[in-house]
Design a protein around this ligand. Structure first.
Ligand SMILES: [Zn+2]
Length: 178
């Protein structure tokens, strides 16, 4: 009986000592692995940054937020000399309308909300005052086709669909204040 008890204690003891270092080892291992993953992903991110001209890497010219964080919203104005990047259609329009004379012959690219394709901003359809918010709050949600804009308007209580030329500073101001 006594021997059994001692054996039992030894068994419990060995189970306990066996378990605890093992679990801390596992924790350490998991932590190490996630660290490695992090390093890996940030490495691949920085390498794709330097190789692709399609992926936006800079900060929004108007508000300073990193454009890469908003793949669904990023927009740009291409001049002869530079690519002006923005986090959203809203920031782009503020800059564009402020410098309209200077920028009227530039190429404007926006991101189609449904398929995330970069489309011509000057022929896009923009839904305003819907229940979908952009990086800065209320925004203009771009679509390549009017049918898509109408679908979105119905699904998200959009108030109006605008063509590029119909967007004014007053409209932007309403979105900012909303
Ligand atoms: Zn911005």
């Amino acid at each position: 009986m006594k021997i059994n008890f001692v054996f039992f204690m030894l068994l419990m003891g060995s189970l306990w000592t066996c378990n605890s270092p093992k679990s801390s080892k596992d924790d350490h291992h998991t932590q190490h692995q996630s660290n490695t993953d992090e390093t890996k992903s940030s490495n691949s991110e920085s390498s794709s940054k330097s190789t692709s001209t399609e992926i936006s890497t800079g900060d929004c010219i108007y508000c300073g937020m990193p454009v890469v964080e908003f793949p669904k919203w990023q927009t740009s104005i291409l001049t002869d000399k530079e690519k002006m990047e923005f986090c959203s259609p809203r920031c782009l329009f503020i800059e564009y309308l402020e410098q309209k004379d200077k920028l009227q012959d530039t190429k404007v690219l926006v991101t189609d909300y449904y398929d995330l394709e970069k489309i011509d901003g000057r022929t896009a359809f923009f839904v305003i005052k819907s229940d979908v918010l952009g990086p800065m709050g209320h925004d203009l949600v771009p679509f390549k086709t009017k049918a898509d804009a109408e679908n979105f308007q119905n699904d998200h209580q959009g108030q109006k669909i605008l063509a590029f030329q119909e967007v004014t500073m007053e409209i932007i101001q309403e979105l900012v204040n909303q």
